[in-house]
Design a protein around this ligand. Structure first.
Ligand code: SF4
Length: 512
């Protein structure tokens, strides 16, 4: 083996078909893998998120060795307080690496730092297109250049045509591109009933070591590890896919937006963790869902609703991220400045919807997309919390969070921080939406119908307060014109009371 050539595999590139590994078969190059304490400390990261990355990385290093690669693995204990790029530089110097291949990273800052280091060190660096994705960065940029406003739906249709997924010739299967209208049911009044559980994985010896290490090193970090059962190997990820498609996907479509107390996972796939670590390839996930649909095990609205998230939304988020960085990180179109309330880190709030959604986030490192968007994100937008603080929080607490997918979802979709770059309106709702989609309001001290008074629901108060403050913006947009009309109907006296209630609500954010 030449000692001058190496492949860098990052913690979210754990796939043997990584293009840099494909270009350098075993024996032709060393593989470098680096755990970095500094990366985990950048934001106050959930213990489960740290553990899932470390456990998956250490298992992948084993798989690489079994495949015949020589792996130089820098564990947390070796890396000390150094950043990933500092450790990489040291490794390259010690091993005499002159030429480094890697798949393009999932984070803008890291790409900049590695490129800068390589230039300074005269290291020959090749960043290869990451074939994990169905749309390359360049292809997305070409697609986006044709539009004034970017819309996921058009991109998704293009991807359906290009891949032939759920297509009958030139037409979408079933005659419709999108079954979103069939994907919005609440659970029945009596509750969700019995839900087939997702695949759960008993930690093996290696994972148990990681859990112990994380408990010790990151004792003061948020979150729990007692329920850690995420897939951390390729085999586990494939099993999780199979369990989802055969037992949960049939009900996923209908109930994907529904919420219920003590129902942290609903019918959701929980596959985003394995996908974002690259333990699963999106193609095989899409193919398996499409196959189940063709074989009649899953109806079309469920299969399409799921495939839309993987083939449409996920690829669209990545494309937008690379198009808009680094500016996306600074966006604050609505000038939102407030600090996060303390209960973002404890879940201790009287608002049942937020208590439940944040509580399960801290317990498992997981909440589903509606809890993230329409409960937590909605509140942050209505209250005017600082986008950068909210973005850091989302990146820290979810096991599946990597910046390319987290940032556009939070900044663009949830917070409207980039002024509607790829959304046609701010996604806001009052307590009425949460009441319709969950049972959270049943035992809450607040009343979702009230915008003023002691029992006023903070969502409802702040929603109307948002309409009041943003009336001009909302009336200028055909998609929010009705909202503007609703606020215009309030009398001066009602508006005055509403403004006082908003002020009071924002003053006592920490104790709501
Ligand atoms: Fe949430 Fe308001 Fe319902 Fe309480 S009443 S659970 S705060 S939406």
């Amino acid at each position: 083996m030449s000692s001058t050539r190496a492949v860098l595999v990052l913690g979210d590139q754990l796939d043997l078909s990584n293009p840099a590994l494909q270009a350098n078969p075993p024996g032709s190059a060393a593989v470098l893998m680096i755990e970095s304490l500094q990366e985990s400390k950048l934001v106050w990261v959930h213990k489960a998120r740290i553990a899932v990355f470390l456990a998956a990385m250490r298992h992948f290093a084993q798989a690489l060795r079994e495949a015949g690669y020589t792996v130089h693995y820098s564990a947390l204990a070796d890396s000390g307080q150094r950043s990933l790029v500092e450790v990489l530089q040291d490794q390259c110097e010690q091993l005499g690496i002159a030429s480094l291949d890697m798949a393009e990273p999932g984070e803008w800052r890291l790409e900049q730092d590695i490129t800068t280091m390589a230039r300074k060190q005269s290291l020959k660096l090749r960043m290869l297109d990451d074939g994990h994705y169905l749309c390359t960065r360049a292809e997305f940029a070409t697609w986006a250049s044709k539009y004034k406003q970017l819309r996921m739906e058009y991109f998704y249709r293009e991807m359906r045509k290009r891949t032939g997924v759920l297509m009958e010739g030139e037409q979408p299967a079933g005659g419709q591109w999108n079954y979103d209208a069939d994907n919005r049911s609440a659970y029945p009044k009596a509750g969700p009933g019995s839900i087939s559980p997702p695949a759960a994985f008993e930690p093996d010896k290696l994972t148990l070591q990681v859990l112990d290490e994380v408990r010790q090193r990151f004792a003061d970090h948020p979150g729990e590890l007692d329920d850690f059962c995420w897939p951390v190997t390729r085999e586990q990820a494939l099993h999780a896919l199979e369990v989802f498609v055969t037992t949960r996907l049939p009900n996923f479509g209908k109930y994907q937006d529904a919420m219920w107390t003590k129902t942290p996972f609903g019918w959701h796939s929980l596959l985003s963790v394995a996908l974002n670590l690259h333990l699963l390839n999106p193609r095989e996930v899409i193919e398996r869902a499409e196959q189940a649909c063709k074989e009649g095990q899953v109806d079309l609205p469920s299969a399409e609703g799921f495939i839309r998230q993987v083939l449409g939304w996920r690829e669209f988020m990545r494309g937008v991220y690379w198009l808009d960085m680094p500016g996306m990180r600074q966006g604050n179109a609505l000038q939102a400045q407030l600090d996060l309330p303390k209960w973002f880190w404890t879940g201790h709030t009287h608002m049942r919807c937020l208590g439940d959604s944040i509580g399960q986030t801290l317990q498992y490192g997981y909440a589903h997309h509606i809890q993230r968007l329409m409960v937590i994100g909605n509140f942050a937008l209505l209250a005017g919390l600082s986008p950068q603080q909210v973005e850091d929080w989302f990146l820290a607490v979810y096991v599946d969070a990597v910046e390319w997918v987290e940032l556009p979802n939070v900044a663009g979709m949830a917070l409207f921080a980039n002024g509607g770059r790829f959304t046609s309106k701010p996604y806001i709702s009052s307590g009425a939406y949460i009441k319709r989609m969950s049972n959270y309001c049943d035992n809450c001290r607040y009343n979702p119908s009230l915008k003023t008074g002691d029992k006023a629901c903070p969502f409802t108060t702040l929603y109307w307060g948002f309409l009041d403050r943003r009336e001009a913006m909302l009336s200028a947009n055909p998609r929010t014109g009705l909202m503007a009309k609703n606020i215009a109907r309030l009398s001066d006296d009602e508006r005055q009371k509403l403004r006082q209630q908003c002020e009071l609500t924002l003053k006592k954010l920490d104790t709501l």
